[in-house]
Design a binder for this molecule. Structure first.
Ligand SMILES: *Cc1c(COP(=O)(O)O)cnc(C)c1O
Length: 490
């Protein structure tokens, strides 16, 4: 169906175009293998959303295992190719915080990637999945002694140390165990990137990392970063592997990575000369963007890899140093687009809204906005509330020839900010019992899910070769009541 521009709503944000075909799945928001079947239903690997709902209920996270594996491999292959002649390849650490369970950890390992964790709980998942310690990293700005001990028990390949305090603590714990901890130092290069822009500042005002600004310690002229390098080289229980930075999230343009990479390489080179050490590794973090809406245009991994490799190659040549082994930590860009959330529509209502912009001539003109309530919400996707994140949605259980109507998909929580998709055109005949699918929910949705209003957190289904299986089961009412200690029996 081709839609008519007269249905475009003045209430829609500027970026939201009227889709040419409301029934079409707009790439690149969807996982490979997601299609409309002959009945007009959304299907993944041939399994329709109606079958998924019947078997697993809604809300439900539906993940393509093959798409996850191919995105993981695509990062590894693209970065290995771009950096092959520079440092023999790249170690890709999947950022487990974006979405982690034992099945996903095992796919990561099978595809030749490593795993980044940032808590004892994430290490526990890695252990249960049988990931070898040397393929693990441990992050965090406030690791507990128990977490540091656990990392050492598991012989993790790297602990990314976030502060001078922590460096001392890791050194002490390792020393008391008669061991050496492999450590990287997380630096804040003053480069902050998001989607299309980056800003560069000398000073950092955030909880993570060691500042590279020269006046960042009381001893003028010495940065916190340098102080940490000096301290690390003085502890016999610390093996300093190298330096780390992470400059933001949902980044499309590679320039921010290039600026941060160059800054870290210059610092690495200076430290190597000054302290007569070799820092064999450099981690440039994650943050690669994905498409949440039709206007997002993420770059293919090869393009980012080549841009980053060019800077590492030229900077190392200029400095006359051997390039360190590079590593990266993508989370969202691997898992984000592999998954959609399936919801059932319940209540609907239409409100009239004043013309935007306070146009006096249009004083009495109002426009309709349709609220479409679904059976989940901020408990399975907190990103719209937390970050004003935009998403998209499609009528998934059938096709429709109805006119497009500007809609707002909302959840069922007792919170007016409980929005799933702020603005989307849906067919005007969407009704209770229809299924909606929201793409791009693989990263930071299940991971951030909560039991607000005592909603059970949804399960995650993985689809591969035409078969669907639960990799995390949904919670039951019993789960919800399990930790409630009951009424005191006095
Ligand atoms: C969150 C995080 C990542 C992953 O970020 P994405 O945007 O999911 O790629 C990588 N490294 C560190 C240190 C992080 O905190």
């Amino acid at each position: 169906m081709t839609t008519d521009s007269s249905h475009a709503s003045p209430l829609a944000p500027e970026w939201l175009a009227l889709p040419e075909d409301l029934n079409a799945l707009q790439s690149p928001m969807w996982a490979a293998g997601v299609e409309k079947n002959d009945a007009g239903e959304v299907a993944i690997d041939g399994i329709s959303v109606k079958e998924l709902k019947e078997q697993f209920g809604t809300p439900l996270f539906v993940m393509s295992e093959s798409d996850f594996r191919s995105r993981a491999r695509a990062f590894k292959d693209a970065f290995d190719a771009a950096f092959g002649d520079i440092c023999g390849g790249v170690d890709v650490y999947y950022a487990g915080k974006s979405f982690l369970c034992t099945a996903v950890a095992s796919w990561v390992a099978e595809e030749g990637l490593r795993l980044d964790t940032c808590s004892g709980g994430e290490l526990a998942v890695a252990a249960r999945a049988g990931i070898e310690g040397r393929n693990l990293g441990l992050h965090g700005n406030n690791k507990s002694d128990a977490e540091i001990n656990r990392a050492l028990d598991m012989h993790v390949g790297r602990i990314v140390v976030d502060s001078l305090d922590e460096l001392e603590r890791v050194a002490k714990i390792a020393s008391s165990r008669g061991e050496t901890a492999k450590v990287m130092l997380r630096l804040t290069p003053g480069v902050h990137a998001h989607t299309h822009e980056f800003i560069a500042t000398a000073h950092e005002d955030q909880k993570f990392g060691l500042s590279m600004a020269e006046d960042s310690t009381e001893e003028a002229g010495l940065s916190a970063a340098e102080e940490a390098v000096a301290a690390a080289t003085s502890y016999s229980s610390i093996e300093l592997l190298g330096l780390h930075c992470h400059i933001g999230s949902q980044i499309f343009e590679p320039d921010g990575f290039a600026v941060a990479g160059e800054k870290l390489l210059r610092f690495l080179s200076a430290m190597q000369s000054k302290y007569s050490i070799v820092l064999p590794e450099l981690d440039l973090g994650g943050g690669y963007g994905i498409a949440y809406t039709p206007v997002d245009t993420p770059r293919p991994p090869a393009e980012i890899a080549q841009a980053m490799a060019a800077v590492v190659r030229s900077t190392c040549a200029e400095l006359g140093i051997a390039a360190p082994r590079i590593s990266i930590e993508p989370g969202r860009a691997i898992v984000g687009s592999t998954t959609f959330t399936l919801y059932e529509v319940g209540t609907l209502k239409t409100v009239r809204v004043d013309a935007p912009g306070g146009d006096a001539e249009q004083e009495n003109v109002t426009y309709p906005r349709r609220y479409v309530s679904v059976d989940g919400g901020m408990s399975d996707n907190a990103r719209p509330v937390l970050y004003d994140a935009d998403y998209s949605a499609i009528l998934a259980s059938r096709s429709s020839t109805a006119a497009p109507q500007l809609s707002r998909v909302v959840g069922k929580h007792c919170e007016s900010g409980d929005i799933v998709v702020r603005d989307v055109y849906l067919p005007a005949d969407v009704a209770a019992g229809d299924l909606l699918a929201v793409p791009g929910t693989g990263a930071y949705c299940w991971a951030l899910s909560s039991n607000y209003n005592y909603l059970a957190r949804p399960g995650v289904v993985a689809v591969r070769d035409g078969a669907a299986r639960l990799i995390v089961r949904g919670e039951t009412e019993e789960d919800l009541l399990n930790r409630d200690m009951g009424v005191a029996n006095v």
